[in-house]
Ligand binder design. Structure first.
Ligand code: NAD
Length: 351
């Protein structure tokens, strides 16, 4: 199911099945999650605010293009004989393929590699019956995990895990508060992952009451509707020491959500900016210094972090994000539903 024209419905196209060569591995896709980032790419640009955009084509991505950066699949053929033992095995595909030689890769930030070949955002991805992976090192054994959950770990779960790891969670107690903005695919996954990693209580925000209900069902300690006047006052009602929250994880990423997050941080608090809904934000500068605030950008996660997360899930970390499956041919419905805000949790496409 390919983008043929930016913003227009995806089209089902048929091609000859690729033949892997060298280190390449060909997998038949078993499931592929639909991330909100797919919507940004589908429209052809990211919103930089003030009328400015960042066109996806400036990264060299041009239609026809196949979305899908959350695939799991079964190996059906390999480029070299020494990999034949992989045939027939199912794997989670780490899609954030990096070059390993640029400065970012060398300092452990492979997810912001200078020459990435990311599956589903730079090269053809998992909205397909087949996907090619350049090397076996990007395949992760997910034995014991439901494939429909496993696929979401490679972006949704990983992004949340990596964002949480940027916080000093070990030092937090039950008296501390973390704010999660956005109870969509990422924000809901963040509830169970955060609960696993910290004792701090979670305050979850969304515009949609139905999503807040799910958030409470799966473990949020407090929920606040972002659609009320002055939601920051409601958040502060749940803060025990009057100072503010330890950290805010913004899984929406707009002017309003950053303003809200920064307004409830306590001294030394951290705002982790993850969501890519876009826009621009005007910032009063003295409070950054007076309150020693930190603003961190976080982008997906490393291969090592992905493996760590998979091990945690195998070991009992229970991510309760609701998942619905749709046949691959219904990819347009999946995208429209997500755009219209009617997806609770994650949609997973199955070829
Ligand atoms: P989603 O559509 O499943 O969830 C977004 C949620 O935000 C929805 O529940 C929606 O109701 C809620 N929301 C929208 N506006 C809001 C507001 N003003 N206040 C509170 N809640 C609001 O999307 P997702 O797949 O969870 O992705 C979320 C964002 O994160 C997207 O922009 C996506 O592109 C981005 N993303 C970033 C990274 C990264 O590495 N930085 C990785 C994956 C996704």
């Amino acid at each position: 199911m390919q983008i043929i024209e930016w913003g227009q419905p995806l089209q089902l196209r048929e091609y000859e099945t690729p033949r892997p060569s060298g280190d390449q591995i060909l997998l038949s896709v078993e499931a592929c999650g639909v991330c909100h980032s797919d919507l940004h790419i589908h429209q052809g640009f990211f919103d930089l605010g003030g009328g400015k955009t960042f066109p996806v084509s400036s990264r060299g991505v041009v239609p026809p293009f196949t979305l899908g950066h959350e695939p799991v699949g079964k190996v059906i053929s390999v480029g070299s004989k020494d990999q034949e033992h992989l045939i027939g095995k199912s794997f989670l595909i780490y899609p954030w393929i990096n070059c390993e030689v640029c400065q970012s890769c060398k300092v452990g930030m492979s997810q912001v590699c200078d020459a990435p070949k990311i599956i589903g955002t730079r090269v053809d991805g998992g909205y397909s019956d087949h996907v090619v992976v350049p090397h076996k090192k990007f395949l992760i054994d997910y034995t014991g995990i439901d494939p429909y959950l496993a696929c979401t770990l490679s972006c949704s779960g990983l992004t949340v895990y990596s964002a949480l790891k940027k916080l000093n969670l070990e030092s937090l107690t039950e008296a501390d508060r973390l704010v999660i903005i956005g109870a969509g695919g990422l924000g809901l996954a963040a509830i169970n992952i955060a609960k696993f990693m910290t004792k701090a209580k979670l305050i979850v925000l969304d515009l949609d009451d139905a999503k807040l209900e799910i958030a409470r069902d799966i473990g949020a300690d407090f929920t606040v509707s972002s659609s009320i006047d002055e939601p920051q006052n409601k958040i502060m009602e749940f803060v025990s020491d009057d100072n503010g929250v330890a950290a805010c994880l913004d899984f929406v990423g707009m002017n309003q959500t950053m303003a809200l997050g920064l307004s409830v941080l306590r001294k030394g608090g951290t705002h982790v900016h993850v969501g890519l809904h876009g826009g621009a934000h005007e910032l009063s500068l003295p409070p950054l210094s007076f309150k020693m605030l930190k603003i961190i950008g976080s982008y997906v996660g490393t291969l090592e972090e992905c493996k760590e997360l998979v091990e945690l899930v195998k070991g009992g970390l229970d991510i309760k994000v609701p998942i619905r499956t749709l046949p691959l041919e219904k990819a347009n419905q999946a995208i429209e539903d997500l755009r219209n805000g009617v997806v609770a949790g994650r949609t997973v496409l199955t070829p």
